[in-house]
Write a protein that binds this ligand. Structure first.
Ligand code: PLP
Length: 436
């Protein structure tokens, strides 16, 4: 990895208090409850963020599993700047190489006939489109998704999402939510095939026997880094195909080498989906998403005019192409595997030391640590996690939190995370837990 300057960049902009005052008055209050006093981030360098006083933080959340190459990676920044100077905006109405080159590069990362790309502006939009394509292709309306899954915040995706905390009850879902194949909390433990029977039951008893699609993450991110029980997806994909439906892999968090062992999350279960959706890492934090499918399925979009203004913006797709090159050039997938395995091993040692750690899970640099006040009952340690989270920030480590009960640490740093960063994270957690 090329050396870079770790020192904090100078900052002489407005203070945190000034920004806070504007935020309170002018910004929508959504998610304001997360942090009473949010960190004022003024700059980012690879896996580090800096506050207004020049304090450095290890960004172990990676944005929200978004910044795969690291903050402000020079190759990505150069690609954005160069493209912005040449042509800042174009749409699919015209020919433009930034869009075409990235589509080709993306298709080359996918198996089988998955080669037709539609660019979107977010993960939500990608999943909305995927669901609509499945409905158009099959002529069916029934969608099956997982309890505890997260797929976005618009009508279709909010319906597919399987957590009440992310749903407004004005949205009619029409989605069947299957039992979650959660090895830690699920009734069948790690027996993927047992949970898969529930999907067959939903098809048999809750639909006409035909469905439009099954949509799921391979490792649930927002849901608290739940890796689906082994053997689950092959069995479910079999049932869905028999019911005439399409299988949609939501790779918004688990894609782009994050698992370390594979480039895509679905590959960890050895399946090939019909439609793959992606966002977050695809542009290293630049607003970009995509749906990739087969030519046969993509054909449904010719039935009407289907278009978006910003999808495939050349600045975003130039960033996307640079991201793919950086992942390869800097062996980020291999690094995610090596550092992720090291980090997971160290977290497992911590689990043996502290009763409050109920589970350590995930793969690569997509890891979860679930805190419980009672290991037997798996009682979520909701207050305790907030304490550890706050203390971690004080020590200079930013970490995510999620899961239905909000008691799971989500560790999804940039893929350039080092063993030293991993040590710093675990040592900080160890120190805080030793004082509890
Ligand atoms: N799908 C998954 C798995 C996600 O984690 C998210 C966001 O967290 C989305 C979809 C929605 O993506 P976006 O927030 O870009 O709309």
């Amino acid at each position: 990895m090329p050396p870079f300057d770790y020192s904090p960049p100078p900052y002489d902009g407005p203070s945190a208090d000034e920004i806070m005052a504007k935020r309170k008055e002018f910004l929508s209050p959504s998610l304001f409850h997360f942090y009473k006093k949010p960190l004022h981030v003024v700059a980012g360098k690879r896996q580090y963020l800096f506050d207004e006083e020049g304090r450095r933080y290890v960004d172990a959340f990676g944005g929200i599993a978004t910044v795969c190459c690291g903050h402000c990676h020079p190759d990505v920044v150069d690609a954005i700047v160069n493209q912005t100077k040449r042509l800042q905006h174009s749409t699919v109405l015209y020919l433009n190489s930034a869009i075409a080159d990235f589509a080709e590069a993306l298709a080359s990362k996918l198996p089988g006939d998955l080669k037709v790309v539609f660019f979107t502006n977010s993960g939500t939009e990608a999943n909305e489109l995927a669901i609509m394509m499945a409905k158009l292709y099959t002529g069916c309306h029934d969608i099956i998704s997982l309890r505890n899954g997260y797929h976005g915040n618009a009508a279709g995706t909010m319906g597919a999402t399987g957590q009440s905390i992310w749903k407004f009850n004005v949205v009619q879902s029409g989605v069947h939510h299957a039992m979650n194949p959660d090895p830690y909390r699920g009734v069948f433990g790690s027996q993927g095939e047992m949970y898969a029977k529930d999907v067959q039951d939903l098809i048999d008893f809750g639909t006409s026997g035909n469905v439009a699609a099954f949509i799921s993450e391979a490792i649930q991110g927002v849901g608290g880094i739940v890796e689906l029980a082994p053997g689950y997806l092959p069995a479910v994909y079999g049932s869905i195909k028999k019911a005439g439906g399409l299988c949609i892999a939501d790779e918004v968090q688990s894609g782009f080498a994050r698992t370390g062992s594979h480039f895509w999350g679905f590959e960890t279960q050895g399946v090939v989906p019909d439609i793959v959706t992606m966002a977050k890492s695809i542009g290293n934090g630049i607003p970009l998403g995509a749906v990739v499918t087969t030519p046969q399925i993509a054909e449904v979009l010719t039935r009407r005019n289907y278009f978006n203004t910003f999808g495939g913006n050349p600045v975003c797709t130039a960033a996307g192409l640079a991201v793919l090159k950086v992942i390869e050039k800097e062996n980020l997938q291999e690094n995610a595997l090596a550092v992720g395995s090291y980090l997971k091993d160290r977290l497992l040692v911590l689990k043996d030391k502290y009763e409050i750690i109920g589970d350590v899970r995930g793969r690569g640099l997509m890891l979860g640590v679930e805190l419980v006040t009672d290991r037997q009952l798996k009682t979520p340690a909701k207050a305790e996690i907030l304490h550890v989270l706050g203390q971690m920030k004080e020590l200079g480590v930013l970490i995510g939190k999620g899961g239905f009960y909000g008691n799971v640490f989500r560790i999804t740093p940039p893929l350039c995370f080092t063993k030293e960063d991993a040590d710093f994270l675990v040592d900080s957690m160890d120190y805080i837990m030793s004082k509890m």
